[in-house]
Ligand binder design. Structure first.
Ligand code: ARG
Length: 501
């Protein structure tokens, strides 16, 4: 029996290999099926690298011109879906490089001078994560704007404030929504921190040790919008903490979104009916005609699971790796791509639901007074007016709650005589503090739920987020102008504006 002919050796690194990889080797080794998403970043990195090599006299001007022409053609091919991605060429870096050489010949083979796939992939991935951060940040801001707008409208609408999912004290719906605005603001803070640390350029670290060529790493760093080149070549090719920080920020934010989603699910449930989602964000049941299921909220809740999973996955991939690069790191991407997509979708769905949902303010108000929710207000009255110690007031109130329960009414349903049976000095004035409106209005302490406070906070957020959007729009205009100017300048790099795919 004759053996089937061995597949040909890889044309890019196959110099010392007699035959190509076994089928399963190709299968486990190739990353092109997922890392093709890095194609824009890869081309960007190659443009910057080539321009730098030419500036430093490592490439000729002719080679650079060929490379730029070739990369532009490849960009157009990929953009229009005409590029043939090949698994045999492993990953996005080799796919593009091989095609470049196919198109322009010798000059294509020179592009990889003073570069390795190790610093190349680290650069591409940083660029991708940075773009993802910018896109997610804009979505977080959008959700915050939606919440702040709603909060302003419902600054004075009471609802049950809960602890242990039990009626605790009335709060306002606006106050509740602004709690999420604060959380999302911290999510953005985490992203901003991660971005600052991420924004150093690995390119030029080469395989792990740097290079013998007289390269200018500051030039490529600047061209790619990084603050500076990374200071240690081993670190540059081997850490993925930037991806971990992104995932950690994603996981925490996803938990915020999940808790909010859970509340929407509860609020939509028949016994509550605090809010109503339109047909746009609900689905029906195939058997129960009355159903209006908050599927979008449920799925936002579920996305937090896979996002947290991506974080744990990458932490586990990285934990045992000696310096510097190991192929394990190829497994860094899918989780990040998936988490970024899930996060973006969850944010879009959440913003949609916040804009869509209609709170039943009458029901919320009625529910706000249930379960003796103003018991603390009664105790506070005893302290303020009768000068009882708070602990004593707490006991008196407890006995009044027991009486009310025995009669099947809420606290304000007790008569003055019944109140006086527990504490003879109580006057009718006490009833003024037992309404939900009086309760929320009294909580004027900084950060409290008083409508005046909530309205001011909502206005502050609206103002801040509005200003920010204006600023970004202006910046966008300026950038557009600069780009138009820059188009004539050779080697000009577009600022990171494109969203990751
Ligand atoms: N596809 C690889 C990755 O994602 C690129 C780097 C490969 N480097 C190497 N020495 N084999 O990590």
């Amino acid at each position: 029996m004759t053996e089937p002919p061995a597949p040909p050796a890889n044309t890019l690194w196959g110099g010392r290999f007699a035959a190509g990889p076994a089928g399963v080797m190709e299968e486990i080794n190739a990353s092109i099926d997922f890392d093709r998403r890095l194609w824009r970043q890869d081309i960007r990195g190659s443009r910057a690298h080539a321009a730098m090599l030419a500036k430093c006299g490592i490439l000729t001007a002719d080679d650079l011109a060929d490379i730029e022409r070739g990369l532009a053609a490849i960009e157009a091919e990929i953009e229009s879906g005409r590029f043939a991605f090949s698994r045999a060429l492993e990953d996005i870096h080799l796919n593009i490089e091989a095609r470049l050489t196919e198109r322009i010949g010798e000059a294509g083979k020179r592009l990889h001078t003073a570069r390795s796939r190790n610093d190349q992939v680290a650069t591409d991935f940083r660029l991708w994560v940075r773009d993802a951060i910018d896109g997610i940040d804009a979505q977080l801001a959008d959700l915050m704007r939606a919440l702040a707008t709603r909060a302003a409208r419902h600054a004075a609408d009471p609802m049950p404030g809960m602890t242990h999912l039990q009626a605790a004290q009335p709060v306002t719906f606006g106050h509740h929504l602004l709690a999420y605005v604060e959380m999302l603001a911290r999510d953005r803070g985490r992203l901003a921190d991660a971005r600052r640390r991420l924004n150093e350029c690995p390119l030029g670290a080469a395989a792990l040790a740097g290079t013998s060529f007289p390269i200018d790493r500051s030039m490529t760093a600047a061209a790619l919008g990084f603050d500076r080149p990374m200071a240690n070549s081993l670190d540059a090719v081997s850490d993925r903490d930037f991806a971990l920080e992104f995932l950690a920020a994603a996981a925490i934010s996803a938990v915020h979104l999940s808790r909010f989603a859970e509340e929407i699910v509860i609020w939509c449930a028949a016994p509550f009916r605090f809010v109503r989602l339109s047909d746009a964000f609900t689905t029906g049941s195939s058997i129960m005609p009355q159903k209006r299921n908050p599927d979008a909220a449920e799925l936002v809740r579920a996305k937090s699971g896979r996002i947290a999973g991506a974080l744990v996955g990458l932490l586990t991939v990285m934990k045992g790796l000696p310096l510097a690069y190991a192929k394990d790191m190829q497994e860094d991407k899918e989780g990040v791509f998936d988490a970024a997509g899930a996060w973006a979708l969850a944010l879009a769905a959440m913003a949609g639901m916040v804009r869509d949902m209609v709170p039943d303010t009458a029901r919320l108000r009625a529910a706000a007074g249930e379960g003796h929710a103003t018991a603390t207000d009664l105790a506070d009255w005893l302290v303020r007016v009768l000068r009882l110690p708070f602990r004593t007031a707490h006991h008196v109130t407890g006995r009044l709650v027991a009486r009310a329960d025995a009669r099947g009414v809420d606290l304000p349903g007790l008569t003055l005589d019944e109140m006086r049976a527990e504490e003879p000095r109580i006057t009718a004035d006490i009833f003024t503090v037992l309404t939900v409106d009086a309760s929320v209005a009294s909580r004027l302490s900084y950060g409290g739920t008083a409508p005046a406070r909530v309205a001011a906070e909502a206005a502050r957020w609206q103002e801040r987020l509005g200003q920010e959007r204006l600023g970004q729009e202006r910046l966008g205009q300026e950038r557009l102008g600069q780009e138009r100017l820059g188009q004539d300048r050779p080697g000009h790099e577009r600022p990171a504006q494109e969203r990751p795919e």
